[in-house]
Ligand binder design. Sequence first.
Ligand code: GLN
Ligand code: ZN
Length: 756
Amino acid sequence: MAIAANLGFPRIGAHRELKAAIEAYWKGETDAAALAATAADLRARHWTTQRAAGITVIPSNDFSLYDQMLDMTATLGAVPARFGPIGGEVSLTTYFAMARGAKGVPAMEMTKWFDTNYHFIVPEVSAGQSFRLASLKAVREFEEAKALGIHTRPVIIGPVTWLALAKSRTPGLAPLELLPAVLPVYRELLDRLAAAGADRVQVDEPILATDLGEFHRAAFWTAYDELANAAPKLMVATYFGALGPNLDVATKLPVDGLHVDLVRAPEQLEPVLAALAPGARLSLGVVDGRNVWRASLEAALAPVARAVAVLGTDRVEVAPSCSLLHVPFDTGLEKELDAEVHSWLAFAHQKLEEVAALTAAANGDRAAVALAFERSAVVAMARASSRRIHNAGVKARVAGVGADDLARRSPYATRAVVQDARLGLPILPTTTIGSFPQTAEVRRARADARKGRITAADYDAFLERETEACVRFQEAAGLDMLVHGEFERNDMVECFGEQLSGFAFTRHGWVQSYGSRCVKPPLIFGDVARPEPMTVRWSRFAQSLTDRPMKGMLTGPVTILQWSFVRDDQPRSVTCRQIALAIRDEVVDLEAAGLPAIQIDEPALREGLPLRRADWEAYLGWAVDAFRLSAAGVRDETQIHTHMCYSEFNDIMPAIARMDADVISIETSRSDMELLAAFSDFAYPNEIGPGVWDIHSPRVPDEEEIVGLLRKALAVIPAERLWVNPDCGLKTRGWAEAEAATRNMVAAARQLRATF
Ligand code: GLN
Ligand code: ZN
């Protein structure tokens, strides 16, 4: 019989109960026992939910109080020395200190989990490090489920992925060299799980979906030759992409089974079937664990039926493509969502029902699930032809985009001259990235307006006062190019999505981003159009208050795409182009409203990069084109800015240059201006504002420190092309810090100007 399996379930709770419990614990409002009770209650509910949905292989240890990578780090006893010696098990205090830092002890680094918006805590390793089993969480959670009568398949992060993602603290040491040291701990953990009654364990090795060198591939042999001798049968889980050249390694591992992602890489079914070791089980990831749309069951059944034909039902498992951690909990909670859009959606709960229906069909019990298949077919047809999705005008406009639409009228050198004449800025002009502090008062006013506690007119008047005060502050501080402050915005994507057609918003569609932090991405379900101007009202108002140049402030098409759940019935590049056209209209309207500069933020451009290098060029092609399309509607004298808040530019420099923004502001202060080397090595031709003030920290840099950073910048960027600005927006800062740092920044720019 084919088996219905799940790889992981959202842990935060349908109503973010875990978030509330963890944050209350952090604040000292509750104790560890209360947190443990909430966590256990959620686990019990989630296991029961999965069983009720018809799932046979139910995961355990997919739960986490912060992050599954950090859990593995604790399990291996890999606690960096700065957190103090650990005796027995890693304590809850140490665990959270590793994640968030403690008094005087910096947290471990955090970075994105492959190409998701989930962030994991990066393991740190050093030469000669010893490992030991220092957390029995996996065993305890298995036993906890067992006590509830649910036999689970524990999930752990595999040794190669754990090490491949680790950061070396010893120069010259490749983390993977520590493989022989971690394997005995893995072995011991597997033995302990077996002793507790676990007969199967899921070992996540998503690193197999990335480009690996020989060293990594060889590590897989070493690791699994050793672990295959352990008592539990191992299911090695890969996801987020094709195995590609790693197919041979993955299919020949001496393990019981392999999970492959057939949503991201349906084409790998045949090669996997051909290469799979004799007798090995195959878990088919056929329900999309990364997106929110209902599956077409008929289409999803095809690869399952094919695998059954080749392997027989006994060697087949049906599963989501990856852990369901990356989708919201349950569409049943959405009571306010448009009914038609609602009918197209499947969140974690619904996806498990899809897995169960597919499994039944694979086992020849099609009659039992006829209704589910029929419903899926009806929905697929309705969605394909819905008037809510298809807008002929938008499609025609996208089809009509030509090369001319992607290019500014003149090259940068020409534009720079006319912009200079119009703006009359001093050398080393100062500006900010857009937002000013979102104080409790601002957030309260927004909530009051939304709940109808204050009138729209009162809220509008409040925003006018905030905006005006912000403009006056910037004038007094001596900034050269001003911003309106973004007080009217809740979130840099949501505020646009709410005004664009083709977008929908959920009430409970939360997805864990890191730790207790969740995001609620908009759903892009249909063709995107902009019925009306979105930001002109506030930008025009702000410009009307001052003679200094004001910068209009927009979120770019790639970032809007990247931070949403995107429709899966057309290529992402097409959806991105539609968004670009909507932003382009806004850019042109801002220009007409008299804004001499417009910033189009693209902080998510880099995170959209595909997992494999071979796919980068295609992505960067359409992504940069989308930015260009959004920006190129204006005259030469209108200055286009862009902003990106990250610091790895080396490998994408040509794409950054091709965006052809007149000015780009980037985050650099934390790297001590080091990354500017990428811009100078590449001979980046346009203007650059390297951040001189780390807005992630409450620390206020003094004038001399900023002068020092600017001197470093001047060593690689000519003064005529250098701007002075913070690393990012100031929305998370308090006014006191923002004021002090802004004044120091302006003073630093003036001090240096005097030397020219
Ligand atoms: N304009 C935005 C702000 O200042 C940019 C934020 C971002 O890039 N993350 O808040
Ligand atoms: Zn930023």
